[in-house]
Design a protein around this ligand. Structure first.
Ligand SMILES: [Zn+2]
Length: 245
């Protein structure tokens, strides 16, 4: 039964949402394994593992690379991925053994929606420019993927801040949308990973904590044009002089 479920899980991972309903029902009755509408891991992952399942794990752990680091999404479970697993496990009070097994996967299932976004963020929030993700500096599919990775980083950030709500005023922008708001010509918003954060907690608190969650680009109070929000993105450096960052 376990093997059958695992196989079902793999099929599910490949695609069908219809299968998800069946499998979830089955899981509830047997209690043998857990499945998810977005992605289901079929094996425990430890140091040395290679594959798409590792990459799927890395995407969801993108917010746990440690201070001033970015986790590679290369599908190869090396020391950096192991450290990210440990940080994630510690953040959620799990056994911090650096191996992604049922306990870790259960927490990830609880944290993701059926479209693979983390529960507290949506594609719609990350794109108020257009519905297609087209017209930016990269292909639409790349921009959308970059936004997904940013959302997982934001999920880690909000958890570290005590599960506070984080409000987003701007995400992906096409060149047209970027020009309309006077965005920089090299803005990460054009790539899909740039996100402007507003509201509580303070802009400085967001800028400071973001350094631990995989954002290579943090612009906040004291940086020109950034006194009314904190900007985070994948690459481009930090500057929030009023916050000491
Ligand atoms: Zn921005």
């Amino acid at each position: 039964m376990k093997t059958a479920l695992r196989r079902l899980g793999k099929a599910l991972a490949a695609c069908a949402l219809a299968a998800a309903t069946t499998l979830v029902g089955l899981t509830v009755t047997t209690g043998a394994a857990q499945a998810d509408g977005c992605y289901t891991w079929g094996r425990a992952l430890t140091l040395g593992a290679v594959g798409e399942d590792v990459r799927q794990l890395q995407i969801r752990l993108a917010g746990y690379p440690g201070y001033n680091s970015v986790l590679g999404l290369d599908g190869s479970f090396g020391p950096a991925t192991r450290s990210a697993v440990i940080r994630f496990q510690q953040a959620y009070g799990l056994t911090a053994d650096g191996a992604a097994g049922p306990q870790t996967f259960s927490k990830l299932y609880a944290l993701q929606d059926d479209d693979c976004t983390p529960v507290n963020f949506t594609y719609a929030e990350l794109n108020r420019c257009n519905s297609t993700w087209a017209g930016g500096a990269v292909a639409a599919s790349t921009a959308r993927f970059n936004a997904l990775v940013s959302m997982w980083k934001l999920q880690a950030l909000r958890h570290a801040l005590g599960d506070v709500s984080i409000n987003i005023s701007s995400g992906f922008r096409s060149y047209a949308c970027n020009s309309a708001v006077g965005g920089s010509a090299a803005s990460r918003h054009l790539y899909g990973d740039g996100v402007d954060l507003v509201g509580a907690p303070s802009f400085c608190r967001l800028a400071q904590q973001a350094r631990y969650h995989g954002f290579g680009n943090i612009l906040g109070p004291g940086y020109p044009g950034h006194n009314d929000h904190t900007h985070v993105g994948a690459t481009g450096g930090w500057s929030a002089p009023s916050c000491g960052v």
